[in-house]
Design a protein around this ligand. Structure first.
Ligand code: 5RP
Length: 252
């Protein structure tokens, strides 16, 4: 079901111009309405999810939420949550997460996602696949017809050992889709980007559709040296999209 609700920040006749960050915040705040006292909550990573973490902390401080346990999906989110005083745990102590709230780089109509352009795909996938509910929050720029077809990166986390060999095998796997791959580097140092888990990221770019997503996923994960990829297939349970005309909520 798809439901249109007016955006609180965009009342009728308002002449306010919303920035992309305003839209991210609107989607994040809407998602946090699903957080209830006593829940174990997956805390996402990125500029959209950051607003959700801020909002959870605010509600805790105001006493409107109680006994929340947060499971952060990156060291960055861990630091943010600690600085805001959100009680934290991990999947070892809390293997079942009630609700995860997370951004995405691409979302298709079936709620399949590309994630990891921010570099945190592995922990995100671990937390989100342990979640009873996984709410994706995006501004409307993230909506695509087919994930992987936007011409933007589809990240794959690989072990550093012989990463170039892994890159070639990944590119070969998707030769029919006109794939090229690139080792992600830190813009400042020019050195390889290192994930929270001590691994590298290879960004794949496709000229043509990658076909069946589950086959693509299986093919990637069969390659030795690959840790995880940024396609999140069938994991999201609902999607909150903030656009200039309001907020759309889609639930599977
Ligand atoms: C980090 C991610 C982020 O969720 C994704 O990159 C979206 O980020 P943003 O909300 O900043 O657009 O997958 O690894």
């Amino acid at each position: 079901p798809t439901l249109m609700v007016p955006s609180a920040a965009s009342p009728p006749c308002s002449s306010v111009t919303l920035t992309q960050d305003d839209l991210k915040k609107i989607a994040a705040y809407k998602a946090v309405e699903h957080v209830k006292s006593g829940m174990v909550v997956g805390l996402g990573t990125g500029s959209t999810a950051k607003h959700a973490v801020d909002r959870i902390a605010q509600l805790l401080q105001q006493g409107k939420l109680k006994d929340i346990v947060g499971i952060p999906t990156s060291t960055k989110t861990h630091e943010q949550a600690v600085s805001l005083g959100i009680p934290l745990s991990d999947l070892d102590s809390h293997p079942i997460v009630d609700l995860a709230i997370e951004g995405a780089d691409e979302v298709d109509p079936e709620l399949n996602l590309v994630k990891g352009r921010g570099g945190s795909l592995l922990r995100e996938k671990m937390v989100e696949s342990a979640s009873k509910k996984f709410v994706v929050i995006v501004d409307e720029s993230k909506l695509v017809k087919h994930i992987g077809g936007s011409g933007l990166a589809m990240p794959v986390e690989v072990i550093p050992f012989c990463w170039n060999h892994s890159l070639k095998r990944l590119v070969n796997l998707f030769a029919d889709s006109g794939c090229v791959g690139q080792l992600r580097k830190c813009p400042e140092s020019g050195k390889p980007y290192v994930t929270d888990n001590g691994n590298y990221i290879i960004d794949l770019y496709f000229e043509r559709d990658i076909g069946d997503l589950n086959e693509a996923s299986d093919g990637i994960l069969r390659l030795p040296g690959i840790v995880e990829h940024g396609m999140f297939i069938g994991l999201a349970t609902s999607l909150i999209v903030a656009g200039i005309d309001g907020v759309t909520v889609k639930t599977k």
